[in-house]
Design a protein. Structure first.
Ligand code: F6P
Length: 320
């Protein structure tokens, strides 16, 4: 194996740079060349590349975002785009590709593999919705971002005796909302995985304030409801003074946590090893017992990763 390519694709997440750095440094230590593909699959189709040496990845560990840039690429979903991507990789003379990204990006990785390109996927998405890994790259940093914001919001909510509705990301997975609800002491987590009863929420809010509590916190995953709608429903039903915050893309940025830097490093090195050991068509993941390889086909078939039962049980026990 002489030359490999690496790309970051889809929604960015903190720790991607640590991961790219690990891929580059590991590959160079094995006397391989690394081609960095810019702007994800779009850059692959448009032939935007750079050769990466150690200088290209120096000083990047602490940076959020991705130095390779990213994009959501419609063209990669269709036959002509996929063919062009494969042709361009063949033209580059690479012996393997490492794709760092979320669900759609890993689907692209599976496509490349099925079209004959030795490919390894690395799960990176703040939603933590990818199967065959307990944590995706960027989740921990996103959670730290969320709790910083929510702690600030709780201060002002207490001063004014208000209810705060906070919307997290998570299109089809409520992991961020549930874990941050536990970590911040929220009263409710509204998630796409379960229906919610706004009347029960209102009743609970009313009795909390009757008991003299000075704030209430409701975490909402974007895939379940809009914070504005939840706040409006509360106001309409019980006339409560409610404020809201949509955390949005703030959650995806910022300097990665130690956990994400380490995860990126471990994922990156394992991915290069997998190519060297001729184990393409797999995704690296963090499962009990360490970093594992599982087939991209299985990851894709499994669909959205459910929130861990233990996390849900903990939330219930603590009154979320
Ligand atoms: O998939 C990760 C994610 O951050 C989702 O939680 C969110 O819905 C989406 O990306 C936002 O995508 P974009 O950056 O394209 O607006």
């Amino acid at each position: 194996m002489k030359r490999i390519a690496v790309l970051t694709s889809g929604g960015d997440s903190s720790g991607m740079n640590a991961c790219v750095r690990a891929v580059v440094r590991k590959a160079l230590s094995e006397n391989m060349e690394v081609v960095g593909i810019q702007k994800g699959y779009q850059g692959l189709i448009d032939r935007q590349y750079m050769i990466m040496d150690t200088r290209a990845v120096s000083g990047v560990l602490q940076k959020g975002g991705t130095i390779l840039h990213s994009a959501r690429c419609q063209a990669m979903m269709g036959e002509p785009g996929q063919k062009l991507a494969v042709e361009n990789l063949q033209g580059l003379g690479v012996d393997g590709v490492i794709v760092i990204g979320g669900e759609g990006s890993l689907k692209g990785a599976l496509t490349l593999w099925k079209r004959g390109i030795p490919t390894i996927g690395i799960p990176a998405s703040i939603d933590n919705d990818i199967a065959y890994t307990n944590m995706s790259l960027g989740v921990d940093t996103a959670l730290n971002n969320i709790i910083y914001a929510v702690d600030c919001l709780k201060d002002t909510a207490s001063s004014h005796s208000r209810a705060m509705v906070v919307e997290t990301m998570g299109r089809s997975c409520g992991y961020l909302a549930v874990v941050s609800a536990i970590a911040c002491g929220a009263e409710f987590a509204i998630v796409p995985e379960a229906p919610f009863d706004i009347d029960a929420i209102c009743e609970n809010l009313r009795s909390r304030f009757r008991e003299g509590r000075d704030n209430s916190l409701i975490m909402v995953a974007e895939g379940a409801a809009k914070a504005q709608d939840v706040a409006d429903m509360i106001k309409d039903r019980i006339g409560f003074e409610t404020r809201l915050m949509v955390l949005g893309h703030y959650q995806r940025g910022g300097s990665p946590s130690v956990f994400d830097r380490m995860l990126g490093a471990r994922f990156g090195v394992t991915a290069v090893d997998a190519l060297l050991q001729n184990k393409p068509g797999n995704m690296v993941g963090l499962l009990t017992g360490g970093i594992n390889l599982n087939s991209l086909e299985d990851v894709f078939k499994a669909g959205c990763r459910p929130i861990d039962d233990a996390v849900l049980k903990l939330a219930k026990t603590l009154g979320v």
